[in-house]
Structures are given as structure tokens and as C-alpha cells.
Design a protein around this ligand. Structure first.
Ligand code: CA
Length: 434
């Protein structure tokens, strides 16, 4: 019995039940229904068809509505070259497994590190600049106010990132939200050198990231975005608009000037050994620029790095440079690369997940590192020409899970990470072949 005939019979059955006993065709119909062994209870399923149709229409309407809904970002395409195979100096290794975790559980996100004899300075997610000495953590200074803890409070509390010691023994700190500060490391007193609420060249200064100091006292520093704060960083990479900059603070005039613009997530800063140029990390392009101070010209120093580079530091003992990677880029397993050429998809994902959910999503992908064929932790060493000559990795993240910065002194490396709860330490004697 076809569907049309069946529908007509249901009407007949209904008529029969209400004692409108009619034509023999109806009796015939009932007989047909019985012969198909369709019980009366089956008749109650007649709503399924219309329900399914309405459901499908609703889903289509929701999908269309979602696609038409404005995205919180204005994504653009950016190009990343095909990631390199991890071969040669990038050959998989577990050098970082020889490291140890110091102050485990006592630090939250020590991204940048300053070594000063027996004292170590780090900035953490609770807004404090801390002094580490003989196993103790002492809170030195915080630039913001309570509430603190959690990324949602960072805008008020502050978040110290890059830091350096200047020649007179003051600590210079870039707080991601609040600006540049000069700190007395004995008393914790500080003065604000530059406030992030001040625009430079008519553009906002958001997400201060890292700094270095020239021999004349000028402070070269980056801000990663002109639009997004640090706690919105997933939006920065989902949008892909290059508006980070390299700025310079002149202590004589107290003026901040722009040196480089249009950087896609400006990050680590390091003067070259001869102090003639500033190396500037552009995280989302996986490359580093060399800004010549005298001429004001910039050129690529190294590119297509095998990760998303964070801070860069010069190592005096070896005369080389170290870069910590926020994430590893490997052929066939690089999320950022996969999304870089798909701005429409990034726009939809930003609507769907929002900033917090994207961070969770990113974290899940990070933890699948070994399954995706990439090491969790990677730091690379480069020579003066910007060539990678060595790498230190931890394939499972068991000891060092991620590297934001590598700081070195004679015989020792220290590793910071923006989301770790420890400071990593590795004695060079434990590195095979050293
Ligand atoms: Ca950084």
C-alpha cells in the first residue's frame, strides 16, 4: 500500500471509529491495513513526517542565521610557508627530559626570566613580579589591583611579561595591560615609564609583550596588537590582521616612537650582539625581523621556523640566540597553518567558540602533540646569521611542557613558559655531545 493510499485509509478508520460507517472501500481499506498487520497504535506516528520537516527547516534556518550573523572578528588571509620536516638540528630528541622543575606549584606562568647572580626574577599570572632565591618565592611588586587570578581579571590586575635588568640594577618590566615600569628590586618601589592607555602614532597600544634595552638606555619593546588584549589572544590569531609594532622609549625625552608596524603578533625582542640592530619576533608569521637601528630598515633575519616563536634571548656564553616556541609547527600537523588561508572558516569558528572556548580548543590540540606527530616542547638555538643550529625538545612534555623563553648563564639553562607552574632548569653537562 502506497503512502497516499495509506493516508486515505487512516481517514476511513477514523470515520469508522466515529460510527460514520461508510463505503465498502473503507472496510476494504481496514482489511488492507490489517493484512499489513499495522496495529492501531501505529496510527499515532502520523505526526513524525511533519515534525521531521519542521525540524529540518528549523535547522536550515538556524545554520543560515548563524552564517549571516556578524563575526566578532574581521579575519584576513595570511600566508605561512609549508612547515619544514623536523630533520638535521631539528631531529626529534628528548634533551629537555634531562631538565628539572624548580618551584613547582609555586609559580603560575613565568614567561620571562631575569638572572641576577643568585636571584631570579619572573612575572606571573597573579600580576606579581617575583624574586626567586634559595628555594623561596618572594612577591616584589604588582602594578595592578585586585581582583587577581584568572585571565578575566588580568586587565585590572596586570600581567608582567617581558623583563630585563638595566645597567643601574633597575628591573624594566613590560606589563601586558598597563605599560612599561622601572622597578627597584630591593624595595619594590616603581615608576611607570609608559602607560598603555597612551596611543602612539594615533594607534592603541594593546598587549605589551617583550623588551630589550640599548646601550644608550633606550627601551625597545613590542605590543602584539592594536585591537586585542592578551586575554583575547585567540582572537588575534583567528583574525590575522597585522597591527603589532616595535616601539622605542627614549629615557631622555620620555617619548615613545614607532619603529615597525604591521607585525602579525609582535613578540620577543633582542638586541644583536653588536647592539646595531633589534631582532623582533613575529609569532604568527613564524619569523624574526632584524631592525637596523642606524638606517631604520628592517629585513628578515630568519623565517619558516618550526614553531610559533615567543621570546628570543642572546646567550653570552655561546654567542648564540635561543627562541622558545609557543607551539610546534610540523608538516601535516600544524593547526595555525591549516587555518591561515581560511579566513571565512576562522570567522565562523570565532562566532561558534568565542575567545575562552578557542583557548580550550587550542589546549586540547596542544595536548595531542605527540599523537599529531609533533613534540610538545621545543626551543631552538640560532647563530648570528639566523640559522638554526640546535634544538632542545621534550616529546611528551613530561618535564618541560612548553617553552616561552630560554635564559642562560654559564653552564645552565632556565626555561620559562606562559602557562607552566614551574621554572625549568637544565645543566649543559646533561646535554648529549656538549
Ligand atoms: Ca612573549
Amino acid at each position: 500500500m502506497c503512502r497516499h493510499e495509506r493516508a486515505s485509509c487512516y481517514h476511513c478508520v477514523s470515520d469508522l471509529r466515529s460510527e460514520k460507517i461508510g463505503s465498502s472501500s473503507c472496510h476494504h481499506c481496514v482489511s488492507d491495513l490489517r493484512s499489513e498487520k499495522i496495529g492501531s497504535s501505529s496510527l499515532s506516528y502520523r505526526w513524525i513526517g511533519p515534525f521531521c520537516t519542521a525540524f529540518l527547516i528549523s535547522i536550515i534556518a538556524m545554520v543560515v542565521g548563524f552564517i549571516l550573523m556578524p563575526s566578532p572578528i574581521d579575519p584576513v588571509e595570511y600566508v605561512l610557508p609549508e612547515p619544514n620536516e623536523l630533520v638535521g638540528p631539528l631531529e626529534p630528541n628528548d634533551v629537555l627530559k634531562h631538565a628539572e622543575r624548580l618551584y613547582s606549584g609555586k609559580l603560575n606562568g613565568p614567561e620571562s626570566i631575569v638572572l641576577d647572580g643568585d636571584y631570579i626574577y619572573v612575572g606571573t599570572a597573579d600580576g606579581w613580579v617575583n624574586v626567586l632565591h634559595k628555594g623561596e618565592v618572594r612577591k616584589l611588586v604588582r602594578f595592578g589591583q585586585e581582583p587577581c587570578g584568572g585571565m578575566e581579571n588580568e586587565q585590572i590586575c596586570g600581567r608582567p611579561l617581558g623583563m630585563r635588568m638595566e645597567e643601574h640594577g633597575f628591573l624594566i618590566v613590560a606589563d601586558a595591560y598597563l605599560g612599561l615600569f622601572q622597578v627597584n628590586v630591593v624595595t619594590g618601589d616603581y615608576i611607570q615609564l609608559f602607560s598603555s592607555s597612551t596611543s602612539v602614532n594615533g594607534k592603541p597600544v594593546r598587549f605589551l609583550n617583550d623588551l630589550d634595552i640599548g646601550p644608550d638606555g633606550k627601551i625597545y619593546f613590542t605590543h602584539s596588537s592594536a585591537k586585542w588584549n592578551r586575554n583575547e589572544f585567540p582572537m588575534l590569531f583567528m583574525e590575522g590582521v597585522p597591527n603589532g609594532r616595535l616601539l622605542v622609549y627614549d629615557p631622555k625625552t620620555e617619548v615613545v616612537s614607532e619603529l615597525m608596524d604591521k607585525l602579525l603578533f609582535a613578540n620577543g625582542v633582542q638586541l644583536t650582539r653588536d647592539k646595531s640592530a633589534v631582532l623582533v619576533v613575529e609569532t604568527l608569521k613564524a619569523r624574526v625581523w632584524r631592525y637596523d637601528i642606524k638606517s631604520g630598515k628592517a629585513s628578515i633575519w630568519t623565517e619558516n621556523l618550526s614553531g610559533l616563536p615567543d621570546n628570543i634571548r642572546y646567550s653570552k656564553p655561546s654567542g648564540t640566540y635561543f627562541i622558545g616556541m609557543a607551539r610546534v609547527r610540523q608538516k601535516g600537523a600544524a593547526l595555525i597553518d591549516a587555518l591561515s588561508s581560511k579566513p571565512w572558516l576562522r570567522g565562523q569558528l570565532a562566532k561558534l567558540f568565542g575567545s575562552n572556548s578557542i583557548m580550550f580548543f587550542e589546549k586540547m590540540l596542544f595536548w595531542c602533540g605527540p599523537l599529531c606527530g609533533s613534540p610538545k616542547a621545543l626551543a631552538v638555538e640560532l647563530n648570528e646569521n639566523g640559522t638554526v643550529i640546535r634544538s632542545m625538545q621534550d616529546q611528551t612534555g613530561e618535564v618541560i611542557h612548553r617553552v616561552s623563553e630560554v635564559e642562560s648563564s654559564s653552564g645552565v639553562f632556565y626555561f620559562g613558559s606562559f602557562d607552566g607552574n614551574y621554572l625549568g632548569r637544565l645543566y649543559k653537562k646533561h646535554i648529549p655531545g656538549s
